[in-house]
Design a protein around this ligand. Structure first.
Ligand code: ASP
Length: 309
């Protein structure tokens, strides 16, 4: 199995009970499976894990089903502010952007930060200026905002608080943060995560997604991880790196480490969310404390699977 590829993607965690009875269940299945198959083609022809996770996440960002890129949730001011990060397990290089607006594919900008190499994380106006320097197109704010997101924000503002995208919203609005992890034919691992964050978040709030070790992590010696859930809880538990450490220091495999990580998240901070993990042997796993986690995987070049619960 050492010379086979594996790929896993997610479309967010949350309360998905209603979704199982909705026509949209098949919509998610179709979307996840189509993106997995496109990622498979690239991995099978020998493309690098780093390129494939960026590619899969950019496809997820372009799909209005998910809370990333166009279709991102709205902050308390009714604006889209996005976070994204990508990490290469071969050399621990990482690139991330936080609180960015008007960039069609935040993960592509995060990748430019990684390639540029000078910094790991750029935010807000500085990130936008870097995008212009990289000749990345700036989109109008209206491209990102959907009618469903305006309704969702209004509903959350009436009840107060902040929510995960999937939580306490109508089934038709159950959409989510996105991520991808991969192992390529050379045995390299990579991880990428992208999000619009939490509905009704304070402007300027940054979650776990662009923070290396919290919402994303990759190390060829251990695993690649992408997380989704309440960002503050993943920040406080440094969850993606914790899962890597469980593999490094406790010799767990992907499944045991993913579950032990989520157990730790729940025990320490009563956390809500989920993770997808591929370990150095290419084994795919996920674990979650929410009732739903939209995910799909191809293990060791085999069949593509998709699960929502
Ligand atoms: N983790 C993301 C955040 O807190 C939200 C999510 O995964 O749905 O920004």
């Amino acid at each position: 199995m050492s010379n086979s590829y594996s790929l896993m993607i997610h479309g967010g965690a949350g309360a998905l009970e209603d979704l199982k009875h909705e026509a949209s269940e098949s919509t998610f299945h179709q979307s996840i499976t189509a993106i997995l198959e496109q990622g498979r083609q690239r991995l099978a022809q020998g493309d690098r894990a780093l390129d494939v996770v960026e590619y899969c996440v950019s496809l997820l960002e372009d799909d209005r089903l998910y809370n990333a890129g166009c279709g991102s949730v709205l902050n308390a001011d009714g604006q889209v502010e996005m976070d994204a990060a990508v990490m290469n397990g071969r050399d621990l290089k990482a690139g991330a952007v936080a609180g960015i607006k008007q960039i069609k594919n935040p993960i592509a900008l995060a990748r430019r930060v990684l390639e540029h190499g000078e910094h790991v994380l750029l935010m807000g106006d500085g990130a936008l200026e870097f995008a212009k320097f990289c000749e990345i197109e700036i989109y109008p704010a209206s491209y990102f905002i959907t009618a469903a997101r305006i309704q969702q924000l209004a509903a959350v503002q009436v009840s107060g608080g902040m929510t995960l995208d999937h939580e306490r919203v109508k089934p038709s609005q159950k959409l989510g943060t996105v991520g991808a992890v991969a192992r390529d034919l050379q045995g390299n691992l990579a991880a990428a995560t992208s999000t619009g964050g939490l509905v009704n978040k304070r402007w300027g709030r940054v979650g776990d997604t662009p923070i290396v070790g919290a919402g994303v992590f990759a190390d060829n010696e251990t695993c690649a991880v992408s997380a989704t859930g309440y960002g503050e809880q993943f920040l406080r538990t440094v969850l993606a790196k914790t899962i890597s450490d469980l593999i490094q220091f406790k010799d767990l495999d992907a499944a045991a480490a993913a579950q032990a990580g989520i157990d730790y998240l729940v025990r320490k901070v009563n956390g809500d969310g989920g993770v997808i993990v591929i370990d150095a042997m290419g084994r795919c796993a996920s674990a979650q404390s929410t009732s739903g986690l939209i995910r799909g995987w191809i293990e060791h070049g085999g069949e593509a699977y998709c699960k929502l619960g």
